[in-house]
Ligand binder design. Sequence first.
Ligand code: PPS
Length: 427
Amino acid sequence: MAFWSSTSAFTSKVPRKILFMFTLSLSVTYLFYSLMSCYNSLRFPVQESYAEQGRLVTEETTVALRDKLSSSSTSRGYTAGDALYKTATVQTGYVAVPTAEREGEGEGDHVGSDRKDTEWVGTAIAPTEVAAAGGQNAVLEREHQESSTTDEELSRRGNSTPEYGEKKLPQAIIIGVKKGGTRALLEALRVHPDVRAVGVEPHFFDRNYEKGLDWYRDLMPSTLEGQITMEKTPSYFVTSSAPKRIHSMAKDTKLIIVVRNPVTRAISDYTQTLSKRPEIPTFEVLAFKNRTLGLIDASWSALRIGIYALHLESWMQYFPLSQIHFVSGERLIVDPAGEMAKVQDFLGLKRIVTDKHFYFNKTKGFPCLKKPEDSSAPRCLGKSKGRTHPKIDPDVIRRLHKFYKPFNMMFYQMTGQNFEWEQEEKQ
Ligand SMILES: Nc1ncnc2c1ncn2[C@@H]1O[C@H](COP(=O)(O)OS(=O)(=O)O)[C@@H](OP(=O)(O)O)[C@H]1O
């Protein structure tokens, strides 16, 4: 009562004008926050969906991933890697969280896709002419499809030689990684007379598994005695159920993984999405949960796919390393014949695809095939391979290199190969 009366005494003393101004400013502030919260609730779902539903980095999920990596790595003796991982967590607080579906999906050149396969683009002119012609028009490409071939053409191409022999389940699969150079590798392999491969990505072990092995086998081209059946679906590498499924199909399946500097791979992945959806936020925005705090959004699929050590761990539970071959995506560009020699050895094939099969196309900026499987004309890959990447803030690149370093080290340790991505950072 005393308080009430003193308050009324106070209000009666304060000029009415000041009281009015005070109430007005409170109302304006309230209105401002109401509008802000409406804006955020409208804005964030959209942004989040581009960020593949990234979840906030929490201590809990950090520990979960570290445990996953450390428990399996210690059992295999990768203790240094575990220590490295801890370093990464402590220094940066980043973490990987459950993935969005289809994060490893390639160009959309998959079975059932209305987007078409990205293939080597036929050039009716000689390699030298292509280089001299200048401009992207020198490389013949189809508008909209970002590919040189339709699914139907691919199916035919997959079966381009007469259907002698029988359809078999693949004995070797290129399981990843998305944007690593998987198409270039498969097309170069198809030059080999003892390799027959399906042109489209079957996505059997991730999306079409319920269709059954007969469906899968039926997609494959027929092979003769001594020929190998192959396919490539880059999303398998990041699909947790894929190792078990492939193992249950045939435990002696040979696996090939084309790896590339995870930072460049992420930018390539982003560039692909940007080409389809130009309205998406910038790479720099998507890469961080909180840029000021340096909190990287490792749940964004473009970044998560590059944590190779994490994904490889699942494969190593089913397949010995001797059954997995790693191709350097970088070397596949600068020395395609060198990488092809190793792949052919791994597949037990005669080294038939050599430097004679490649030429460097200056217009494309990549090696192209002099004589692809089904044609005597030279071919480069379509325009969806070798896109110009947007310029990314160098500070973001540096932070990403720092983020990936411990994972890369662990990956080198697991594979026994140094892919030298840290050298690229220094350059
Ligand atoms: N010979 C040749 N020609 C063109 N492009 C080549 C070649 N060799 C490797 N690459 C690199 O392959 C990258 C695309 O990788 P993928 O084929 O695995 O992509 S996908 O996952 O199937 O969409 C593609 O990535 P971007 O350059 O970012 O587009 C190329 O760098």
